[in-house]
Design a protein around this ligand. Structure first.
Ligand SMILES: NC(=O)c1ccc[n+]([C@@H]2O[C@H](COP(=O)([O-])OP(=O)(O)OC[C@H]3O[C@@H](n4cnc5c(N)ncnc54)[C@H](O)[C@@H]3O)[C@@H](O)[C@H]2O)c1
Length: 254
């Protein structure tokens, strides 16, 4: 199905050193794209992502910095284009999660959550949009969360939930600003997904609850986000912009 192929496309993926971002970077390459992979300089998995993409015979380029810093992001997008070609696809998956009761949450925790999950994501959209708008072609995919639409039972993460709700509306707002300029902007909102974040031994009990709370009775595997991401990146979704594709095993229905 050519509709789902990404041959000749050049992608930029943030959070590409771990979990969802890593799997989606590899997934875009499996569909044919060359992929620039961005993560923190401390990322342990970034080199592996690049290696796995190159092993498939696709172009890959590892880039480091923080999404919070405008210069880092602008330099990374420029470097990605210089090494792989004009950017046509972007996935913004870099993000953080933590928890604290609302009445004890510090201003620093609140600010850091918004700096990374919202301001950092916007900084990436802005740099990616600047690259794509002039050529009137591109697809940007923001990794939000079902926590942007529902409240996770038992999790005290008001700052995380609020940041993800903002990502969903930011996505719709950018989609409308850029709808007549060839750049589509959509979100994917995963439910509980088996990534390092959710597989730590200390969350083993919580994991049982996550599975029980999900109608499909389990967490998603990162592999199960590849199809939705390739769909939104490819021609198959050419009439989709401003959507929030919820991939949650039915969670938001209950
Ligand atoms: N795992 C889940 O259940 C789940 C569910 C819904 C949404 N999400 C979202 O998916 C995205 C990826 O989460 P994950 O579970 O793969 O987590 P993860 O911790 O495995 O991966 C996140 C990656 O982002 C990178 N990152 C963090 N801060 C950064 C910064 N300032 N600059 C650049 N890179 C940075 C980290 O180094 C890491 O490689 C996040 O936005 C998260 O909120 C996750």
């Amino acid at each position: 199905m050519d509709l789902f192929r990404l041959d000749g496309e050049v992608a930029f993926v943030t959070g590409a050193g771990s979990g969802i971002g890593q799997r989606l970077a590899i997934g875009l390459a499996e569909a044919g794209a060359d992929v620039a992979c961005f993560d923190l300089p401390t990322s342990e998995g970034l080199a592996e992502t690049v290696q796995r993409i190159e092993a498939m015979g696709r172009g890959a380029h590892g880039l480091t910095g923080t999404v919070v810093n405008e210069e880092d992001v602008a330099a990374a997008v420029a470097d990605a284009e210089a090494s792989l070609g004009p950017l046509t696809v972007a996935i913004n998956a870099a993000g953080i999660a933590n928890a604290a009761p609302a009445e004890e949450l510090t201003r620093e925790q609140w600010q850091q959550m918004f700096d990374v999950n919202l301001t950092g994501l916007f900084t990436c959209c802005q740099a990616e949009g600047r690259a794509m708008l002039g050529r009137k072609r591109g697809s940007i995919i923001n990794i939000a969360s079902m926590s942007g639409s529902i409240v996770n039972r038992g999790l005290t993460q008001v700052h995380y939930n609020a940041s993800k709700a903002a990502v969903i509306h930011l996505t719709k707002s950018l989609a409308m600003e850029w709808c007549d300029r060839g750049v589509r902007v959509n979100a994917i909102s995963p439910g509980y997904t088996a990534t390092p974040m959710n597989l730590r031994p200390e969350v083993a009990e919580q994991r049982k609850q996550f599975e029980a709370d999900t109608p499909l009775g389990r967490m998603a595997e990162v592999d199960e986000l590849v199809g939705p991401a390739v769909f939104l990146a490819a021609k198959a979704s050419s009439f989709c912009t401003g959507i929030d594709l919820i991939v949650d095993g039915g969670f938001v229905c209950w």
